[in-house]
Design a protein around this ligand. Structure first.
Ligand SMILES: [Zn+2]
Length: 483
């Protein structure tokens, strides 16, 4: 309470000094916040039009900061609009045209189980520290611009090192800031025009802490989580059926700037984005459960939220990968997912804790890795969920370089036996050979029944490939894990 009063006092003085510069801009915000601002600072905001509880406004930069302080618990509380028409257009937009229902199935168990143990807290922690060492990633600061280009270079370098010439990493340039958004694309083999997206903002700071804004949790942790997801996908030679994009958004803190620009351009181009998941703050373990699914009805997709829960129940209900969850609420323009939602796309926002129990140091000079105990264990859970989401929505095109889909050929590992079902392959003319990860041939069995098993006794824990050959000698390979 006292803190709020002091902030109000200081900012009121600053507002009056600032009025002479009249640095006004257009935005949209929820109508209740707009009314509150109008009554507190009548000279600093004009409400242009209100529709469905959202207002198009014209306001000063400085008074816009009050939106965050007055109620919104995390994000800027408003979305920047480049002119009056786009502000008014945004509140009149009809939200449906791009919504296509994704077939939300869960059937990529073999691949998910292969990768789920791989996200590493040390890697995530190292990336967080690298990001906080920029001092500030505020979008107008040279280090903030540099950080955005560096993230592009890191992701490009990771793809190059993995020999993935098919992966592109592009800068998305914005009109109102020199900071770039970064878009990494893993092209889909079967449905290249269908997109599944994960993202998070790469900037830090706000009006008051532009010069030193380490932003370790907000949102160094999100970018570090995305980077670790990318590392694991590359390490497992991930080739999706749908196109996967990983995005680092510019300038979220000043009005969801980068994501609003990108989502609008995707909608204008009629891009078929199946769904989007936002990672903004993943490393502060502030609640009795692990992940807060933000369930604001107007700004997140209930269908996609349920799918994330489905994934958590399927893959993370118990054991070493257990992840607990609950719901929370965040409000208008809380983070970049809202940019996608308002353009008619399905978006969800799994958050580090219940709102109000999240990191108290964000948007201060104390948002450091050290203040989070110098560990990134909490973020690992988000990397796991991100991997499950991408793999299950994009679907794996092949399990490795030699993999080919055989209709209905299925395998499973049980009690150190490889159980198989040949499906449509003709029985008795087939063989299976098991190789280890180094390509060494370990077991061969010929003249397979339609259904049967192959003993794996004596093989150490690890990854293996089973190659089935049909009567014509055509090979179908499946990876599996002994654990
Ligand atoms: Zn944030």
């Amino acid at each position: 309470m006292k803190k709020f009063y002091l902030l109000l006092l200081v900012s009121t003085m600053a507002v009056s000094a600032y009025a002479q510069n009249s640095d006004w801009f257009y935005a949209t915000t929820d109508s209740q916040s707009a009314q509150t601002l109008k009554s507190e600072f009548p000279e600093q905001i004009q409400i242009l039009e209100t529709k469905n509880s959202v207002s198009a406004v014209y306001m000063t930069k400085e008074v816009s900061v009050k939106l965050k302080e007055n109620g919104n618990l995390h994000g800027p509380g408003y979305i920047f609009r480049k002119d009056k028409n786009s502000a008014i257009g945004a509140i009149n937009k009809v939200n449906e045209s791009n919504m296509k229902i994704l077939d939300f199935t869960i059937d990529q168990d073999a691949y998910v189980n292969q990768v789920i143990g791989q996200p590493d807290a040390t890697n995530i922690g190292n990336t967080i520290v690298t990001l906080q060492n920029y001092g500030t990633r505020f979008n107008t600061k040279p280090t903030g611009v540099q950080a955005s280009y560096d993230i592009k270079s890191w992701w490009q370098g990771m793809a190059d090192d993995a020999g993935r010439g098919d992966i592109t990493v592009e800068a998305f340039n914005h009109g109102f800031t020199d900071q770039i958004s970064v878009i990494l694309t893993i092209p889909g083999s079967e449905f290249p025009d269908e997109y599944v997206i994960i993202g998070g903002h790469l900037d830090s700071g706000d009006y008051w802490i532009q010069n030193y804004a380490p932003g370790a949790d907000d949102n160094g942790s999100g970018i570090a989580t995305l980077t670790e997801i990318l590392r694991v996908l590359l390490a497992n030679d991930f080739h999706p059926k749908r196109t996967v994009q990983i995005m680092g958004y510019a300038a979220e803190e000043i009005g969801l700037y980068g994501s609003a620009d990108i989502a609008e351009s995707y909608a204008n181009a009629n891009k078929d984005v199946k769904s989007v998941v936002q990672f903004d703050m993943t490393n502060y373990n502030g609640s009795a459960f692990d992940i807060a699914i933000i369930a604001d009805g107007a700004y997140t997709s209930g269908v996609l939220n349920l799918y994330l829960i489905d994934l958590l129940e399927h893959y993370n209900s118990s054991g070493e990968h257990q992840i607990t969850y609950d719901f929370s609420y965040c409000g208008y323009a809380c983070s970049d997912h809202v940019s996608w939602t308002e353009n008619g796309y399905m978006a969800s926002f799994p958050f580090e804790a219940a709102m109000g129990e999240d990191n108290p140091n964000i948007h201060t000079t104390n948002d450091t890795y050290e203040a989070m105990g110098s560990t990134a264990v909490h973020s690992v859970k988000f990397a796991k969920l991100g991997l499950e989401y991408l793999i299950e929505t994009a679907k794996v095109a092949n399990m490795g370089t030699n993999d080919t889909d055989a209709p209905n050929l299925m395998i499973a590992v049980k009690d150190r036996n490889l159980i198989y079902d040949l499906g449509n392959l003709t029985p008795y003319t087939n063989s299976v050979v098991v190789f280890d990860a180094a390509g060494k041939k370990l077991i061969q069995k010929d003249k397979l029944d339609v259904k049967g098993s192959v003993s794996l006794q004596g093989l150490p824990n690890g990854f293996y490939i089973a190659v089935f050959k049909d009567k014509d000698g055509k090979a179908y390979s499946k990876k599996f894990l002994i654990k």
